[in-house]
Design a protein around this ligand. Structure first.
Ligand code: F6P
Length: 316
């Protein structure tokens, strides 16, 4: 199943899990709409043909959902009954933090082998260098920022560009480096209480007539918040905001994400064959690794200080 926010590369993972499973003599079933489909019995046997011609497609052919019912003990009990009635012995879940947290609880409550695949554009799962979808989204953001830069330069404006990431700043920090932005405002950089002041002190300079600032989404301090402050404090600057929104999640997966998803999908089946349970499959230093759910979902995947320094040095 795929669960939570869709991410480019989920289809490549579905293909890999299905084909590797069948190659190992297993019967593979696709569960639609994540945990919601397990509760509502939306389950179908998959053949290798069911996953033909999908490696290049964004989104997820299995559809996805954020199931509220699965958060309740009653919902999970229903899911378990369906699973047993369908003859399903193990689950492979492609999803982010919330989805793997759900798998962890389900596995503990019902003693079901669950294997997770990191599928989220946010890159906020521990124990893997990258998550499925992150690289594609990073490239999408960079493409957008390059385009916005044309306007910023022509009109000599300051642009605050808001990107996704939920509570993580990987997308903002690395897209800022890759697009040559002047600054990134991310939740992890708490070393300076006021990140706008930091940007202003080094970013708004007379020698630069335009600036790009990438801001991590945040309910209170998103791009609008920073733009309003600059407008008030520096009325001489022409300020604009661009919130990239859901266009960041769609599109054909990059080669990197397709390869990552393929390796992780095969890794999931290998893990099941080895008798592994309740682990996320990750890739660290180019090796497939098994990460216990409890470690994978810890909410503290750090952003290297070096990345913050690189952006700071290069944006002078
Ligand atoms: O977790 C992926 C993500 O795209 C986050 O970056 C973002 O905060 C959230 O999902 C948006 O969720 P939804 O599509 O439900 O609005």
């Amino acid at each position: 199943m795929s669960s939570g926010g869709d991410a480019p590369g989920m289809n490549a993972a579905i293909r890999a899990i299905t084909r590797a499973g069948i190659a190992s003599g297993l019967l593979v079933k696709g569960i639609y709409r994540g945990y919601e489909g397990l509760i509502n019995n939306e389950i179908k046997s998959f053949t290798t043909e069911d996953v033909s011609n999908i490696i290049q497609r964004g989104g997820t052919i299995l559809k996805t959902a954020r199931s509220k019912e699965f958060m309740t003990p009653e919902g999970r009990a229903k899911a378990y009954e369906n699973m047993k009635a369908q003859g399903i012995d193990a689950l492979v879940i492609i999803g982010g933090n919330g989805s793997l947290a759900g798998a962890r609880i389900f596995a503990e409550e019902f003693d079901v082998p669950c294997i997770g695949l990191p599928g989220t554009i946010d890159n906020d799962l521990n124990g893997t260098d990258s998550t499925i979808g992150y690289d594609t989204t990073l490239n999408t953001i960079v493409e957008c920022v390059d385009k916005i830069r044309d306007t910023a330069t022509s009109h000599e404006r300051i642009f605050f560009i808001e990107v996704m990431g939920r509570d993580a700043g990987f997308l903002a920090q690395n897209s800022a480096i890759a697009s040559g932005a002047e600054a990134a405002i991310i939740p992890e950089d708490s070393s300076n209480a006021d990140q706008l002041e930091q940007f202003i002190s080094r970013g708004i300079r007379k020698s630069k007539s335009s600036s790009m600032v990438i801001v991590s989404e945040s309910p209170k301090c998103g791009a609008m918040y920073y733009a309003d402050r600059v407008k008030k404090e520096y009325p001489e600057f022409d300020v604009r905001v661009s919130i990239l929104g859901h266009l960041q999640r769609g599109g054909s997966p990059s080669a990197y994400d397709r390869i990552l998803a393929s390796r992780l999908g095969v890794g999931a089946i290998e893990a099941l064959k080895e008798g592994q349970r309740n682990v996320m499959i990750g890739i660290r230093n180019d090796e497939v690794v098994y990460v216990p759910f409890s470690n994978a979902i810890k909410s503290d995947k750090p952003i290297k200080k070096e990345l913050i320094d690189v952006l700071g040095i290069l944006s002078i």
